[in-house]
Ligand binder design. Structure first.
Ligand SMILES: Nc1nc2c(ncn2[C@@H]2O[C@H](COP(=O)(O)OP(=O)(O)O)[C@@H](O)[C@H]2O)c(=O)[nH]1
Ligand SMILES: [Mg+2]
Length: 188
């Protein structure tokens, strides 16, 4: 086992013992990662999110858990930063702009490269947020599962897709309840 892998395992164990978890939030720019994090922290929609430069490390307190979220900028030029944040993550959240069908292939590619085929994140529970369901053309979970090939790609890990809106809060608490339940299962 490499020093890197043992450090990653040690970090995960330590965080679990304290009901803390590090969770990576992944997704294209404008999917709603920052808005979602802000919604979890304040309970309401905030439209003043400036584009994330570099990375955004935040804490969400939910159901007794301190969740450190690393919202890595989606912009192409910052994707190299993601590599730094993979070790020690207990779960991943992938946020999709469900109304932006044109960028779905790009979102799928990012999901494959950074989550499915990422050895640091192998087997960890993955929450897919089908965000922006308040918009009229938003694609819902069953079709999204097909289009992203999740039923095949995700066969080796636990995952769930929630139709959400970080604008009106629909589905957001349910999605995080699922996530925390996964953390509880890992802790047990
Ligand atoms: N209609 C709608 N807009 C949203 C939603 N979530 C985020 N947005 C908007 O999408 C834009 C990008 O959001 P942001 O959180 O900065 O995306 P990020 O780049 O993934 O962090 C902003 O104008 C948000 O107000 C949502 O659920 N519905
Ligand atoms: Mg952002």
């Amino acid at each position: 086992m490499s020093a890197f892998t043992s450090f990653s395992l040690w970090l995960k164990r330590k965080l679990k013992a304290e009901k803390r978890a590090k969770i990576l939030i992944v997704g294209l720019d404008s999917a709603g990662k920052t808005t979602l994090t802000k919604y979890m922290n304040t309970g309401r929609f905030q439209d003043d999110t400036a584009p994330t430069i570099g990375q955004n490390i935040d804490t969400i307190n939910f159901d007794g858990w301190d969740i450190t979220t690393v919202d890595v900028a989606g912009q192409q030029q910052f994707r190299f930063l993601w590599e730094v944040h993979y070790p020690g993550c207990s779960a991943a959240i992938f946020v999709i702009d469900s109304a932006d069908i044109e960028r779905l292939p790009e979102a799928r590619e990012i999901l494959q490269t950074h989550v499915f085929h990422n050895p640091h994140l192998a087997g960890i529970p993955t929450l897919i947020i089908a965000n922006k369901q308040d918009l009229p053309d938003a694609i819902q979970a069953p079709l999204l599962i097909q289009l992203l090939n999740l039923h095949l790609e995700m066969k080796d890990r636990t995952f769930a897709v929630f139709d959400c809106s970080a604008l009106n809060g629909r589905g957001v608490l349910e999605a995080f309840a699922w996530l925390v339940n996964q953390l509880e299962i890992q802790k047990a």
